[in-house]
Design a protein around this ligand. Structure first.
Ligand SMILES: Cc1cc2nc3c(=O)[nH]c(=O)nc-3n(C[C@H](O)[C@H](O)[C@H](O)COP(=O)(O)OP(=O)(O)OC[C@H]3O[C@@H](n4cnc5c(N)ncnc54)[C@H](O)[C@@H]3O)c2cc1C
Length: 464
C-alpha cells in the first residue's frame, strides 16, 4: 500500500482517503458504474463526531460535499468531483431492543445489516427489497418494500433521527424535538443534514413467510396484468407484490434452460402466518400456465436478499420512473408493448403495488408525497461493465421511450428512483407544489446556503 498524502481533519478519528491511496478507486466507486467522479478526499467516518468534524472542515474550505450511505443511488449523488465525500459506510451498527421493539441503526448501514439483526428477534421494519441498498438514502426518500402495505413506509416507522446539520451541530429530530426537521426527513431526502443514526419501530415478522415469484411467458403479459389488477384490488394488507417484466434472471434456483427467457413475474411476500399466505396466493399461482413457480415458505431474511445478485455493484444502470394511478387497459397495452423491447437481457421494469397502510397515513404527516398512487414503477436499463457505448445508448433510449409512452398515465414519481438526467422539474413532480414549498422552508431554516445539494435538491426558500 502506498503512503497516502495526509490530509488532517481536526477532531476526526476515521480514515481519510485521498487520490494517491491504493484504495481510492474502490472507495470512490458507487453501485452504478456509469458514475465516475473523483473527489478530493473521502472522509470515512467512525461516528457522529467525525461527521460533524467533516462538515465543519468542508464548510471552512468551501468544499463541495457529497454524503454516502450505501452508495446505491442510481444518480450517483453519493460521490462528487473535487470535493469531500462524507462516507458513512463504516457506520453500519444495528442494535435491537426487542422489548420496546425498536432498532437503532447507524446512518451507513445496509438493509441486509438491519434484517440480519432484527430477524434474530423475529422482528422487522419496512426496508428495501435488495439487501445491499443503504438505509440512509432509502429511508430519507420514503422507503418502499414488501412490508409497507401492512406496516407503512420506512419513514412511517422512523421514530427518531440524530442529524448533523450544515453548521456541524448534532441534533435530535422526533415528533417532539425539531418536529419540522423530523417531518422533512421523512421523504425530503438528504437535504437537511447528515443522519448519523435512525431509530425505527419494529414488528413481528416471520421468521418464515410465504414468498417468492411466479413467472409466466412474456406473451401472457396482458392476461397476467389484467388478472393481477383484480387480484390486488382486494388483497389483504399483509400481501406485498412487485411485478417484474424482462427476462427470467440467472439465479441458481431456476432451471438453466429458462434463464433469460422473456417473462413477467409477480413476486410476493405475505407478512403474516404462512398458512394465511398460502391461501392469499392460491389464485395467483393457479392463474394460467406459469413457466416456474418459486412461491413457498421461506425465511424472511433470505427472501430479503434473494435478488441481490441480479443487480450487483459495478454494472451500468440507467433508470426512468413514474407512479401510476392504476392498471387500465391502456396502461397494460403500453407495458406489454415496451417491456420486452430492451436489447439487454438484464434490463427490466419493476412495479411495486402500493396502498394499504401507506395510503392510510394523512397526506401532511410526512414529506413523502406518493400515498395515493396504486403502483410505483421503475424502468431499469442495465448493461455489463465491458459492454460498449452502443449498449448504453440502446438501454437509455429504451427506458426513455417506455416512459414517454406512459406519459398520459403518469401520476408523480418516487424521488429515490430519479436518475441524474432527471432535472429539477422532476424533483418538484415528486413532491407536488405544496409539499415542495414546505420542504423549501425547512431547508431555509436548517441549510440556508444549500450546503447539502448533491442530492435530489430542494432549493431553500427565500424570505418573502
Ligand atoms: C438495486 C436497487 C434496489 C432498490 N430497491 C429499493 C426498494 O426496494 N425500495 C426503495 O424505497 N428504494 C429502493 N431503491 C432506491 C433507493 O432507495 C435509493 O437508491 C437510495 O438512494 C439508496 O440509498 P443509499 O444510502 O444506498 O444511497 P446513496 O447513494 O449512498 O445516497 C443517496 C443520497 O442519499 C442521501 N443520504 C444517504 N445516506 C444519508 C444519510 N445517512 N444522511 C443524510 N443523507 C444521506 C445523500 O443525499 C445521498 O446523495 C433501490 C435502489 C437500487 C439501486
Amino acid at each position: 500500500m502506498t503512503a497516502p498524502t495526509t490530509m488532517q481533519i481536526t477532531g476526526f478519528r476515521g480514515d481519510v482517503i485521498v487520490p494517491d491511496h491504493d484504495d481510492y478507486d474502490d472507495v470512490r466507486a458507487v453501485w452504478n458504474r456509469t458514475v465516475d467522479r473523483r473527489p478530493r478526499l473521502i472522509a470515512r467516518c467512525s461516528g457522529s463526531a467525525d461527521v460533524a468534524a467533516a462538515v465543519r472542515f468542508a464548510r471552512d474550505r468551501d468544499l463541495e460535499i457529497a454524503v454516502r450511505g450505501g452508495g446505491h443511488n442510481v444518480a450517483g449523488t453519493a460521490v462528487c468531483d473535487d470535493g469531500i465525500v462524507i462516507d458513512l459506510s463504516a457506520m453500519s451498527a444495528v442494535s435491537v431492543d426487542p422489548i420496546d421493539r425498536r432498532a437503532l441503526v447507524q446512518g451507513g448501514a445496509l438493509w441486509g445489516d438491519v434484517d440480519h439483526e432484527t430477524q434474530a428477534h423475529g422482528l422487522a421494519t419496512t426496508g428495501g427489497i435488495v439487501g445491499h441498498t443503504g438505509v440512509g438514502g432509502l429511508s430519507l426518500g420514503g422507503g418502499i418494500g414488501w412490508l409497507m402495505r401492512k406496516h407503512g413506509l420506512t419513514v412511517d416507522n422512523l421514530v427518531e433521527a440524530e442529524v448533523v446539520t450544515s453548521d456541524g451541530d448534532i441534533v435530535r429530530a422526533s415528533a417532539n424535538d425539531h418536529p419540522d426537521l423530523f417531518w422533512a426527513l421523512r421523504g425530503g431526502g438528504g437535504n437537511f443534514g447528515v443522519v448519523s443514526s435512525f431509530r425505527f419501530a419494529l414488528h413481528p415478522v416471520g421468521p418464515s413467510v410465504m414468498a417468492g415469484p411466479v413467472f409466466w411467458a412474456a406473451e401472457d403479459t396482458t392476461d397476467v396484468l389484467r388478472f393481477y389488477r383484480d387480484f390486488v384490488t382486494d388483497a389483504p394488507d399483509e400481501l406485498g407484490t412487485v411485478i417484474r417484466l424482462g427476462t427470467i434472471p440467472r439465479l441458481p434456483v431456476i432451471d438453466e434452460e429458462l434463464h433469460f427467457r422473456p417473462a413477467i413475474a409477480v413476486a410476493s411476500c405475505y407478512a403474516g402466518p404462512v398458512e394465511d399466505g398460502e391461501h392469499a396466493l392460491r389464485a395467483l399461482r393457479e392463474f394460467g400456465t406459469p413457466l416456474v413457480d418459486l412461491v413457498g415458505p421461506t425465511l424472511y431474511v433470505d427472501h430479503q436478499s434473494g435478488i441481490d445478485d441480479t443487480v450487483p455493484h459495478g454494472w451500468h444502470y440507467y433508470w426512468k420512473a413514474t407512479n401510476l394511478t392504476g392498471l387500465s387497459d391502456a396502461v397494460i397495452a403500453v407495458v406489454a408493448e415496451h417491456a420486452y423491447a430492451a436489447s439487454s437481457p438484464r434490463s427490466y421494469a419493476a412495479m411495486f403495488h402500493m396502498g394499504g397502510a401507506v395510503a392510510r397515513v394523512p397526506r401532511d404527516a410526512t414529506a413523502y408525497a406518493g400515498r395515493d398512487v396504486a403502483h410505483n414503477m421503475s424502468i431499469d436499463g442495465v448493461w455489463l461493465p465491458d459492454e460498449s457505448g452502443e449498449h448504453a445508448a440502446g438501454e437509455t433510449a429504451w427506458a426513455r421511450r417506455f416512459l414517454e409512452a406512459l406519459q398520459p398515465h403518469r401520476a408523480g414519481v418516487y424521488v429515490n428512483f430519479l436518475d441524474s438526467d432527471d432535472d429539477t422539474s422532476r424533483v418538484r413532480e415528486a413532491y407536488g407544489d405544496h409539499t415542495y414549498r414546505r420542504l423549501a422552508e425547512v431547508k431555509a431554516k436548517y441549510d440556508p446556503e444549500n450546503v447539502f445539494h448533491n442530492n435530489k435538491n430542494i432549493q431553500p426558500s427565500t424570505p418573502a
